[in-house]
Design a protein around this ligand. Structure first.
Ligand SMILES: [Zn+2]
Length: 131
């Protein structure tokens, strides 16, 4: 399959979303699919073991500029995901995107506009306002 555009994806979602028309169903499915993304990554750590999470407090020196901190900040994540876990996580992320897109459809928001607006916001704010 070739790459599909955001418009095509949004259109696919709108055609497939017959059983979950209620916004309440879609909201609850969005939340459930987010939990499944978390679960997929957690299982990669605790059941498969291909990924390791080693976390501690991030060092933060108030004398340094925000830019200087970028290189010291750690994801606490060591991969890579094995093929199986990557497939599972990819599928769960896809379902999450599906329900987020379904929410866009119900609210009459274009997915492409969401990305464009957020992209512009990121350009304006810069790296250290991503909380
Ligand atoms: Zn794995």
């Amino acid at each position: 399959m070739g790459k599909i555009s955001l418009e095509e994806f949004q259109d696919q979602v709108s055609q497939l979303l017959i059983r979950h028309r209620s916004v309440l169903d879609v909201l609850s499915k969005t939340q459930e699919s987010t939990a499944r993304v978390n679960r997929a990554l957690t299982k990669a750590v605790t059941e498969c073991g291909c990924v390791e999470v080693s976390a501690r407090k991030q060092p933060y020196d108030t004398d340094k500029s925000l830019k200087e901190h970028q290189s010291h900040l750690d994801t606490h994540y060591s991969g890579p995901l094995c093929e199986h876990c990557k497939d599972v996580l990819t599928a769960e992320l896809g379902k999450n995107l599906f329900y987020l897109t379904a929410l866009c459809n119900i609210a009459d928001i274009k997915l492409a506009d969401v990305l464009e607006t957020e992209g512009k916001r990121l350009n304006t704010l810069g790296v250290f306002n991503l909380s």
